[in-house]
Design a protein around this ligand. Structure first.
Ligand SMILES: [Zn+2]
Ligand SMILES: [Zn+2]
Length: 288
């Protein structure tokens, strides 16, 4: 049986206009998925675009300073649709959830949203990095500190530095008491790794990855095997060596057809790296 998909977006996420919660549930039943979590985006960090174009699918607001923020989650409509899907698909386990972007930077607002939604699956993410653009330098206490989306970081600093900065922020998130149980996509910056740079220099990144994984393992949280990009086997082996207890699977699907994409290969990889299915299909995977 396929593992549960613990990281799925629907039309309630600001970057998923072709998302469709009901159709995604129908797809889950069709492919024999036991459970899924609709972890909709909660973004509270504004990205300074520095004139970079926005993908057409993004729904949000650009302020007078050129900072983008995705539209807020419509909590009531979202919960109503979760309820409708639970009625229409009684044999499918459907979890409510949130993907919290940099929750350690926004503790108050995040706590309010978690309470308001009663979300069952909380995934913690890093998508933004501190801005290195000269105009963004701020030395006055209390002034807004600027941020950029991780992919835009490649326009500001060498690729290896971007990934290192990302992993350092992941370590900070993991060490925080932000309310999430699973760390999403530890390899997120590699989705946009510049092809001109050649292969990812894993040897140079090993210490940074291991530091982030050690912080996560110490926190007792789970590592997500995000299948948008096949995870490097060595990362999962390092997770095992760090003492990581649990692995979650997440397709990060933004439309129904992408649900549980690559899960068979991901499950094989997890097994090869020393993890095994939990006692029920609804549990995270644990150490073998
Ligand atoms: Zn994400
Ligand atoms: Zn996501």
């Amino acid at each position: 049986m396929l593992p549960a998909d613990g990281h799925v977006h629907s039309q309630f996420s600001w970057d998923a206009p072709t998302g469709d919660m009901h159709a995604t549930c129908a797809r889950a039943v069709e492919i024999g998925l036991p459970a899924l979590a609709f972890t909709e985006h909660v973004d509270l960090t504004r990205w300074n675009l520095h004139g970079q174009p926005l993908p057409e699918r993004y729904r949000g607001h650009v302020d007078a300073h050129g900072r983008f923020l995705g539209d807020a989650l419509q909590v009531e409509a979202y919960l109503a649709e979760v309820g409708r899907c639970r009625e229409d698909f009684p044999d499918l386990r459907i979890w409510s959830g949130l993907e919290l972007s940099e929750p350690h930077w926004h503790p108050g607002a995040v706590a309010d949203l978690v309470r308001a939604t009663g979300a069952e699956r909380l995934v913690g993410s890093v998508h933004a990095l501190p801005d290195l653009h000269p105009d963004a330098a701020s030395t006055t206490p209390g002034e807004v500190v600027e941020h950029v989306e991780t992919g835009h970081g490649y326009l500001q600093r060498p690729p290896l530095d971007v990934v290192r900065a990302y992993l350092a922020e992941v370590a900070a998130l993991a060490a925080s008491d932000a309310p999430f149980a699973v760390l999403a996509h530890v390899d997120y910056p590699l989705r946009t790794w510049p092809t001109s740079e050649g292969p990812v220099p894993w040897d140079a990144l090993e210490d940074d990855v291991r530091t982030a994984l050690a912080a996560l393992a110490a926190s007792g949280r789970a590592l997500e095997l995000n299948t948008r990009r096949p995870l490097e086997g060595r990362v999962l082996r390092w997770w095992h060596e760090a003492g990581g207890d649990a692995v979650a699977f997440g397709s990060d699907a933004h439309h129904p057809e992408a649900l549980a994409h690559g899960f068979r290969e991901a499950a094989d990889l997890a097994q090869a790296c020393g993890f095994r299915p939990g006692p029920t299909p609804f549990d995270l995977w644990g150490r073998a």
